[in-house]
Design a protein. Sequence first.
Lengths: 129, 173
Amino acid sequence: MYQTTRDITYPHHLTFFSSSPSAGIREIDISDMEDSSAFVWSHNRPEGFYRSLSSLIETDISSIWPRFEVKSETFIATEALQEALPTDVEYDVTVHMPPKMRYPVELEIKSIRRGEPKIVVPEGIEVGL
Amino acid sequence: MRRYPWYEIVDGDEPLLQGDFISSCPVIIPPSVIQPGKVTAEVFEYDVVIMSQSCDLVQRKLDLVLVCPLWPLSEFEKRNDFFKSSRGKEALRQGNVPGYHLLNRSELEGFETEYLVVDFRNVYSVPFDFLIELARRKGKRLRLLPPYREHLSQAFARFFMRVGLPVDIPPFK
């Protein structure tokens, strides 16, 4: 049986792990990955993430359970969240710009013929017989 | 510290190079049906920057020159709110808006510009001989200098070589 540290319980300590001793490998993998991603995120979170959010919330750390409340309803949360977002995201934005000037012209088409390839020989290559 | 200017001014009869600006370059939009005789077409005029490689231009290995329209940043701001925000402009500056490339302001006397945006999504080919004559008639022009010229070219390549997968690998959560 695959045994992980999460299967061990200690008296007087609450365990917050969801997997049971009978958890299969797949479940363990899933929960391990969840832990791992949470770990990676907590270590690689954008600089200033909490700093930006801290302006949004009121905290009471006098008890063991902190209290979080929105400071003001009029606070524009989107701006603070925008600041917290990473800056190297690609934005797929398209702007349809009209031409600087447009006007009709009359053209006379004299002939229509099929195009022919124009071959450009790279330098240094001799074309011989 | 050495200065690395973004632009220089060149004479109208100087050979065309990548990064040369041509103002009010006409592009003929043909009608949907073409047959011998008289037809009505539309002409669009754009301020453009030459995108074809300088070596191909110097050695006359092209019949058509690739150009991209460019716009003052303020025009973009008017058209799209994203570019009004500092986030949008910053994304543009950092090269995170595929299809568009930001160029610096020119402070050269007589050729002052604001920040300019090159539009890679609308490229046009203009006959080489026509462009040479147009540039000569217009006189002095602005030229983007290395390494900013190569930076522009690279941004165009990055935009053009993008691949969108129809079925992507799902993210690992």
